[in-house]
Ligand binder design. Sequence first.
Ligand code: 2KA
Ligand code: SF4
Ligand code: MG
Length: 216
Amino acid sequence: MIAIHSIFESISGEVGFISQGSWCTIVRLQGCNLRCRWCDTKESQSIEAKYILSIDDVVARCKNSKVLLTGGEPLIQKETLELIDYLIEKKHFVQVETNGSISLPKGYLSDCGWVVDYKGPSSGMMDRMPSFEEFIDNWIEHRVIVKLVVDNSEEDLEFVFQVLSKMHGLFQFAISPLDAKGEKILDIVNFIRERDEKLLDELIFSIQMHKVVGLL
Ligand SMILES: Nc1nc2[nH]cc(C(=O)O)c2c(=O)[nH]1
Ligand code: SF4
Ligand SMILES: [Mg+2]
C-alpha cells in the first residue's frame, strides 16, 4: 500500500526525461522529510495521507504511457520502488522527481529517469543534503538530471557555481529559478558566464510551464 496525495493528468512542466510540454499522468506521493522554505506543494508534506492505495490501484489509474512521480518525496516510501518497477513492467515510461536527501538501496537499478534536486541555501535544507561524494556515489549509475532550484541571490549563485565546479562532467544539470516564469534566468546565466563560461554547456535552464499556462 502506498500513500498518495493525488493522481492527475497535466503537462510535464519542468525539465526532465519526459519532454517539457508533454501530456502525462502525474502521481503525487504523500509525505516529505524536508520543509523547503519555498515549497510549492506544502499540502503534500504531511505524512497524513488522503489516499492509501494498492500498487495495482495506482497503476490502473495511470492512463498515460508517460508517468511522472513527484511529491512530497517519493523515496520516503519503500513501496515507491515497487511502483516504479511495476509501471515499467506495464510499459510506461517513468520519471521520478526526488529531493536529493535520500539514497537508493545499493544495487537498485531501473530504467526510469531521475530528476534529483540538490538543495541550496534559499531552501533552508542544505544541511540535509549528502556530501558531494555521497551524492555522486548514489546517483552515478542512474539516468539523472540534477536540478538546482535557486534564486538570483549571491549565496544561491555561489552555490550553483560550487555544485557545478565539484560535479561537472558527471551529470546533466538543470537550473530552475524560483520564479515560475524564469525572469531570474538572465542573472544566473550572466553570473556563470563571468565565472566560467564553459560550465554553461552542461546546463539546461527550466521554467515551470504548468504554472505559466495555469495548469495544476
Ligand atoms: N515536472 C513536473 N511537471 C509538473 N506538471 C505539473 C506539476 C505539479 O506540481 O502540479 C508538475 C511537477 O511537479 N513536476
Ligand atoms: S522536498 Fe519538495 S515537497 Fe518536500 S518540502 Fe521541499 S519542495 Fe516541498
Ligand atoms: Mg511540482
